[in-house]
Design a protein around this ligand. Sequence first.
Ligand SMILES: NC(=O)c1ccc[n+]([C@@H]2O[C@H](COP(=O)([O-])OP(=O)(O)OC[C@H]3O[C@@H](n4cnc5c(N)ncnc54)[C@H](OP(=O)(O)O)[C@@H]3O)[C@@H](O)[C@H]2O)c1
Length: 343
Amino acid sequence: MADEVQQSAPAAAAGGKFLGDPPPTDSRGEHDSEKSSNAPQVEPSDAKPTVLITGCSEGGIGAALALQFWERGYHVYATARDVGKIGGPLSGLSDVSLLTLDVTKPEHIREAAAVVERQTDGRGLDVLVNNAGKAHFMPLLDDDLDDVRNTIEVNYVAPLAVTQAFAPSLIKAKGVSVYLTSLAGYLNIPYVGIYAGLKRATEIMAETLRLEMQPFGVDVMELVTGGVQSNGQKHYDDWRLPEGSRYKRIEPLIKKVAQGHDEWARMDTMEYAAGVVEEIISRRTKGRLWCGGGADMTKGAMVPAGWDQDAMDAMAAQGQGLDLLGKGAGVEEQGKAEYRILG
Ligand SMILES: NC(=O)c1ccc[n+]([C@@H]2O[C@H](COP(=O)([O-])OP(=O)(O)OC[C@H]3O[C@@H](n4cnc5c(N)ncnc54)[C@H](OP(=O)(O)O)[C@@H]3O)[C@@H](O)[C@H]2O)c1
């Protein structure tokens, strides 16, 4: 499988140029066509809460979340590795800033964090949504290890890198950091072993962050997501098994599944986004929010009933010193982790 990031990152993104900067002109004084869809960057007004979302290409979950936050009065930093792909209604809205952000590029992350820090002027960032992700479909015996490493970088290392960079802003606002994980992390579905493992690993990382950031007043949520309509399975037109694959005989069938021709119910993107944004804003849920097609069924089947998460948190945090940080309250006293099902 080709390296998605390397292949499709445009020259503009590679240079780390931000959309809010004055559009560059060519020798004829015309704006660079690659950036002509750029909306002027608007600084958030004092009254508006702020959200930054990674991976906001049109048609995906990130773009739908961005619109839903905007409708609820947020100033939205909609980011993508290729801002030309944000398009749609988002690119023309006031109170939406479009930023180039390839989550595997440290300089992009650094610059985006600096822009937000500067523009929110000491108020901080209210919500960070780590949405960017890379689908990955291949029998494990056939997997190209460089592609696997790249998938680890995008789906696991990048959310941590982004969180570290935005932590000062999140802490300032006592905000919430959100992670897109997947039901696949609870099911052993053939051909998505790497993706599924990374989504579950991200969830465990986020659950740990939930405890580690609690002393600083930051909440953490994972959107344990089932089927949702998006571009996620539109990347497979050229998909094929490597020569000599032991699975060659069933290649057409595997390709169909990769393209989403399966039994999974996929929720409407905007319906999904509206539901989860309400939950994020309400701050009712800490930890896992099960959402999207098949979420309640999978949770019912895979998660034993009766776990007391607060007791587990208290046990995990005991003797770790987190209660000595922040403003003095211990982990046990600072809000309860709730596990809810949406939809
Ligand atoms: N849809 C579902 O059923 C489902 C289920 C469970 C979890 N999820 C998770 O939901 C999130 C959104 O996925 P989606 O379904 O909306 O798929 P999508 O439409 O393909 O959106 C993925 C987004 O991530 C971006 N991205 C990929 N690599 C990136 C990088 N290096 N830097 C910055 N952005 C990058 C993509 O940009 P390009 O457009 O440039 O590729 C795109 O904007 C993902 O984390 C996915 O794993 C989705």
